[in-house]
Design a protein. Sequence first.
Length: 303
Amino acid sequence: MANLKQVIDVLETLYPLRYAEQWDEPGLIVGDMSHEVRRIVFATDPTSAIVDKAIDAGADLLVTHHPLFFRSVHEVGGLGFRGDIVRKLYTHGCGLWVGHTNADSAWRGVGHAAADYLGLTDQRPLVPIEDDSAGHSVGLGRIGMLQEPLPLGDFAQRVFDAVTEHGMKTRLGVQVCGDLDALVHTVAVLPGSGDSLFDEVRAAGVDVYVTSDLRHHPTTDAIEQARYEADMRAHGIGLGQGNAQVRPYLINTPHAAIESIWFNYAMEDVPKAIAQATGEEVGVQWLHDTTDPWTLSMTSPRA
């Protein structure tokens, strides 16, 4: 069987660590390089419940999108849940590898998968990464076109359907900011928290931006700027891009749910690449469990 070192080499060829944002620390978090890997389990978040399920499934390696250690941690003893997760993983011989912002930017990674499942054509990265060895355009987020323009409301329904049918079900739903009857054709998508890239999205001139974790103040500023620029264009003043339509409209999706669309690709790509590199086959499983922390979203007053 392939050992963990061989499997990690494959993962980091598919999702190179050099693509990670400077603040991020993806890669191998827990694991003995000499252990054999017969079964890989994929999940979005390394929660205690997910780790228990992976162990029960006989995983030799758990691959998650979100990190176990997102910020600096100075102990992994019995004082907190992270130490308990590390203990469980080592006790049961299960490694943990994280593909975070490196997987966001990779070919057939998180952003690419979401864009494909939303039906975008003529894709390019929103924030390109120069990598002559990649053979494909890579970078953070994706920009593309719908085959035919759709009313914003209909496109939002497509986003909801793609997230819940091909990612994970969620109580949060999808929020939309814009004229639901306005036609949209060009789309930017950035799975994960995306309000830091409003300037790049506006410069791209797209009709709608699909992302997650949109906060009140940055979002209000972004849509107010979009409305102002559209009004100026309507009066013949060339601010922004396009005609008098507001752009970009905004669609806010559940963070973990849209990112988990990636596993539709990883479940195929990872075992295939391991077989090509080592001649060995590994079993794979995707835990679809909803790991959004919310259990209820109220939108109407009590009857």
